[in-house]
Structures are given as structure tokens and as C-alpha cells.
Design a protein around this ligand. Structure first.
Ligand SMILES: Cc1cc2nc3c(=O)[nH]c(=O)nc-3n(C[C@H](O)[C@H](O)[C@H](O)COP(=O)(O)OP(=O)(O)OC[C@H]3O[C@@H](n4cnc5c(N)ncnc54)[C@H](O)[C@@H]3O)c2cc1C
Length: 422
């Protein structure tokens, strides 16, 4: 695998991914109907790029929420470094500028034989192509005692929105000297670096507001990506505040007790002042109900077209899919969505299909002024998405580079959300 310099990679991803789009053009009459379920990062991007393509296509986007709250940068909100409102994005531009029909409803069922989607309000949509991008769901009974009621006491905050607000309120009202406990789920899960970024940013909040507080991370794994970079930063910025315990040390988390805000492992019980319990994950419920998942709980897809390996004519993108080497990130969902939109448009038009170029660029905060970045490219190889090139931040990187990455991340957020929501 070739290692790239930061400059080389910046050119590649910048030029290839954030291409400006022109609004929808006038088209001929016979338009194919594409329905996209899920207006998160993957679904909104597919809808926008299909509606912007030269192929005649009517795009309908089905999403229950009026406004989407990004998980990315929600850790900055938890640390009091960003207002909640700054994470919200509406669908007005997708409707107005790109001619997408946006329906604020949940999809209840898919009938692949009749090519229809039933909505919760009782209506039905017919499609020529269907794209499903429902994100993640939490596995039932993954942790004994962690049910819907427990989530309101020990929030996961792994879907941004009311859960993030609840966790922020709990952190604000926690007494100085309290224990903030983070339970990290087994792989694969949404955004692998995010639990450790959360610990870092909450520590920066504690340092200013509750300097005697402690953070304990109970992990389902024995190691994690960029562990050396995180642990170096924890020693430099927050000495003695963050402790990480791997599964081999605790035996793994088996249960929670919301009444006492306790987390139970094979060998001990940990009582928290605030507990952030992130459960094991699988593809969103609709994908399960529609027979789009295999025994892993995730959706197998063709790595070029993102068509389901189980249901022809239905495409899937984002966290719900088995992405091979691609992590479950917003950047990956957006990159897969563009490849999927181009493949559908080419198929409908009967034109040549170009090989997919897929990327992940990830900025991760260690402190408000200290962030690192990873940039990876992927290609379909033997039916799987394989990592081909990467740039990974190193532990010895200077403070100046890290400061610049923290500022670059802010620019990335604005450009990226503009690319998705118009
Ligand atoms: C704390 C945290 C930090 C993160 N930081 C980063 C980061 O820095 N960079 C990065 O790239 N990624 C980051 N991520 C990951 C990123 O948020 C996800 O990978 C991304 O949102 C996945 O996009 P998606 O479209 O698959 O799912 P989502 O964005 O979750 O969208 C799914 C959508 O489907 C809708 N839906 C579900 N079921 C139905 C239905 N039946 N009918 C209609 N609609 C439905 C939902 O309402 C939702 O809007 C982070 C995640 C977390 C939790």
C-alpha cells in the first residue's frame, strides 16, 4: 500500500469530492422514479447527486425529520465548544434548488416484487430504483438492562439530537469529582474514533469546569485505532484524568443498572455520576425488515454499484452496509453515495459506468486546538472495498500541524454539509 503525503492527498480528495454542482437541468419526459429512504448523510447525498445528473430522473427523498443533526462535531457540542443549533441542517435547498420531492415520513415497508414503498401515513410510492440509507440501529439485549427507559438515564448520544442534549445536561449538572463513564461497543460500529474523541473533548470541558472529575472508558476491545496518538494527547493535556480499560482487563461489559447508574463487567461494578453507554450496533431497522441484511446484521452490497447482494434493484449506502475496509463514517457514506448515484444514473441512461473512487477523510479532536487527520482511499478488489492509499497522522506531529488541523476541520464541516444538503 502506498503512503501519501498530506499535500498529495489533499489535492486528490479536494479536487475529487467537493465538486460544485449545478442545479437540475431541463430534461425529456420519460423520467425514471428513484426513491431514497433516509435523509441522513448517505441518502441526502445520493438524492442530490442523482437529481443533478444529466439522466432524466424524478427523485423522492423520504425522511421523518424536518432537520438533520450531524453526529460529527456533536462531541464539540458536548464539551460546550459549539451550539447545538449549529449542527442542524434542513432539506429546503434539496427541494428548491434540485427539484427533489422531500416527504417527511418514515418508510414502514418495502415490497420488492411490486416495486413500492409503504409509508407510515398509509400512502405508497412506486419506484424504478430504490436507495435505502437508514443508518444504524442498536442490537436488542446487547447489554442486560439497557432498554429504552435506560437510554433516558444512561444516554448513548450515538444518534445526534435529543440524546446529545440529555448527555450535555447531565455533564453540566455533574458535581466536580464525579466519574464520567463511557462504554465502547464491539466492532463494527459508527465512527470508530468517536468514543475516544468524546473522552478527549469532555476532558477539556472538565479541566475548565470540574477539574477533579475523572473519565473511565470501558472498552469491548483490547486496542483501538490511533491509540498511541490519543494516549499521548491524554497524558499531555489531561494527566491523570482519563483511564482506558480494555476488555481483556475487565472481561467486558455485560449489564447496566440504571437505578444506580452502574455498569457491570465480568469482574467488577462501576458506579458513575454520568454514564454514556453506547450499545452494539447493526443496520437500521428497515434494512432488517426488508431482508437486506445477512447474518452479521449488516447489508452486503456490490462494491461498484452499491446494489444489494440480496435484493436486486435496491441500493444501499452509508453505515448500514458491509463496507469492507471502509469505516462507518459520514465521509464514507457521502463517497459511497456519489458512486451509487453515478452507477444508477449510468444504468438508467444506458451509458458507460466509470470505476468508483472512494475516500475517507477524518478530523479528530484531541483538545480544542489539537486535532489530527487521516485520509484513506479505497477501491473495489475481488468484490470487496479495499484500502489502497492512506495518510495517517503520527504521534510526533508538531503542535502547529495539529492546530492547523483543528482549524481545517471547521472548514471541512462547512464545505461537507454544503455538499450534502445544498
Ligand atoms: C459522536 C460521533 C462523531 C462522529 N464524527 C464523525 C466525523 O468526524 N467524521 C465522519 O465522517 N463521521 C463521523 N461520525 C459518523 C457519521 O455520523 C455517520 O457515519 C453518518 O451519519 C452515516 O450516514 P448514514 O446516512 O448512513 O446514516 P445517518 O446519517 O444516521 O442517516 C440515516 C437517516 O435515515 C433515516 N431513517 C431511518 N429509518 C428510516 C425509515 N424507516 N424511513 C425513513 N427514514 C429513515 C434517519 O432518520 C436518518 O436521518 C460520527 C458519529 C458519531 C456518533
Amino acid at each position: 500500500m502506498k503512503s501519501w503525503t498530506r499535500r498529495e492527498f489533499g489535492c486528490l480528495t479536494g479536487a475529487g469530492l467537493l465538486t460544485a454542482l449545478s442545479p437540475r437541468k431541463a430534461r425529456g419526459q420519460a423520467k425514471a422514479r428513484v426513491v431514497v429512504i433516509g435523509g441522513g448523510i448517505g441518502g441526502a447525498t445520493v438524492a442530490k447527486y442523482l437529481a443533478s445528473s444529466a439522466t432524466a430522473v424524478d427523485v423522492t427523498l423520504v425522511e421523518p425529520r424536518q432537520s438533520y443533526t450531524t453526529c460529527f462535531f456533536s462531541n464539540l457540542y458536548l464539551a460546550g465548544l459549539r451550539p447545538f443549533e449549529s449542527l442542524g441542517h434542513g432539506y429546503e435547498a434539496l427541494a428548491r434548488q434540485y427539484g427533489i420531492t422531500v416527504i417527511h415520513e418514515s418508510a414502514a415497508a418495502i415490497d420488492p416484487a411490486a416495486n413500492t414503498v409503504a409509508l407510515n401515513n398509509g400512502s405508497k410510492l412506486s419506484y424504478d430504483r430504490l436507495v435505502v440509507a437508514p443508518g444504524i440501529a442498536f442490537r436488542d439485549r446487547a447489554l442486560e438492562g439497557y432498554d429504552d427507559a435506560a437510554m433516558e438515564i444512561m444516554p448513548h448520544a450515538w444518534n445526534a439530537g435529543p440524546q446529545s442534549k440529555l448527555l450535555r445536561r447531565q455533564l453540566e449538572s455533574m458535581e466536580d469529582g464525579g466519574l464520567f463513564l463511557i462504554v465502547v461497543p464491539p466492532d463494527p460500529f459508527r465512527c470508530p474514533p468517536a468514543p475516544y474523541e468524546r473522552a478527549s473533548l469532555v476532558a477539556s470541558y472538565f479541566q475548565n469546569s470540574k477539574p477533579k472529575a475523572k473519565i473511565l472508558i470501558l472498552d469491548a476491545k483490547d486496542k483501538f485505532n490511533a491509540q498511541d496518538v490519543f494516549q499521548d494527547a491524554w497524558n499531555r493535556h489531561y494527566p491523570g484524568m482519563i483511564e482506558w480499560l480494555p476488555a481483556q482487563f475487565t472481561g467486558g461489559v455485560t449489564a447496566v443498572d440504571p437505578k444506580t447508574r452502574s455498569v457491570i463487567t465480568a469482574g467488577a461494578t462501576f458506579k458513575a455520576a454520568v454514564a454514556n453507554v453506547v450499545p452494539a450496533q447493526m443496520a437500521g431497522r428497515l434494512a432488517q425488515q426488508a431482508g437486506l441484511t445477512d447474518q452479521s446484521g449488516w447489508c452486503p452490497v456490490d462494491p461498484v454499484t452499491f446494489e444489494s447482494a440480496l435484493q436486486p434493484g435496491i441500493h444501499l449506502v452509508g453505515d448500514a452496509i458491509i463496507g469492507g475496509d471502509m469505516p462507518k463514517s459520514a465521509f464514507c457514506a457521502n463517497s459511497q453515495a456519489k458512486a451509487c448515484a453515478f452507477a444508477i444514473a449510468a444504468d438508467l441512461a444506458g451509458s458507460e459506468r466509470f470505476p468508483a473512487h472512494l475516500f475517507n477523510t477524518c478530523y479528530t479532536y484531541l483538545a480544542p486546538d489539537d486535532a489530527f487527520s487521516n485520509a484513506i482511499s479505497f477501491q473495489p478488489v475481488d468484490g470487496k472495498l479495499k484500502r489502497v492509499l492512506n495518510f495517517v497522522s503520527k504521534v510526533e506531529e508538531g503542535a502547529d500541524i495539529r492546530r492547523k488541523a483543528a482549524r481545517a476541520a471547521e472548514g471541512w464541516y462547512d464545505a461537507f454539509t454544503q455538499d450534502v444538503f445544498g
